[in-house]
Design a protein around this ligand. Sequence first.
Ligand SMILES: Nc1ncnc2c1ncn2[C@@H]1O[C@H](COP(=O)(O)OP(=O)(O)OP(=O)(O)O)[C@@H](O)[C@H]1O
Ligand SMILES: [Mg+2]
Length: 252
Amino acid sequence: MSEAVFQTTGLGLTYPDGTRALSDVDFHIKPGEVVSVIGRSGAGKSTLLRCLNGLLVPTDGSVKFRGKEVHSSPEHARTVRRDVGMIFQSFGLVPRVSVLNNVLIGRAGQVGLWRGLIYHWTDAEKQLALRCLTRVEILDQWHKRPRELSGGQQQRVAIARALCQQPAVLLADEPVSALDPATARVVLDHAVRICREDGIAMIANLHSVSLAKEYGDRIVAFKAGRVHFEGLPAELTDDVLREIYGEHYADF
Ligand SMILES: Nc1ncnc2c1ncn2[C@@H]1O[C@H](COP(=O)(O)OP(=O)(O)OP(=O)(O)O)[C@@H](O)[C@H]1O
Ligand SMILES: [Mg+2]
């Protein structure tokens, strides 16, 4: 088996206020794999992503990126930040700058934040950003401000920004929860297609079980901070779904 991009062993996370968000989580993702993470609100999905990207330091167990503990050194933590792209439900774009500059901000981890902040970009970097916009079919919007775009367009800009970072893995925290079902598919189609083309691994926290099954190579379901199910989409039966979401589970 090729080395996992991320591997957690016995991961536990207790927030400073004492909330136990994750317990004994063994999770991995291989290069190029697409993993859907599901579970009820509060199950620990976002906390997992924050542990993977180094934002949270585990209270128990370990989180390894490419075989090395995320917090083993400041250099490795920087490598993780550089190689891990993120997209969020709320898009997270900078409002006052153009779409193109938002995408270039994805390069900040590569070139140093000071250049990212003063927007002094080389032609090669601009070409890369324009290529990323082309791949999510939004090049014609490059000069606009984020508020001039629809939600689906903004999320495509966020995908282009993450791509411009040339990441090894894309972490998507409910990337389509704010979008209508048709637009959600357009956005996921773009993200998953590009990840597959480029061999980027992707972890997507999703509230829609049908989207999780459709787009994931593998599904990991959390319940109260623990991994309750891990397997292929076809193995995620209605019985398992009732265990995760309760008796009133109905797909949405
Ligand atoms: N900053 C924080 N401080 C204290 N507790 C937190 C914090 N963030 C999350 N929690 C708690 O940790 C648990 C897991 O939260 P998390 O946000 O990871 O869940 P989630 O699965 O992403 O939920 P949702 O589907 O609603 O986004 C919850 O009990 C939540 O209240
Ligand atoms: Mg969440």
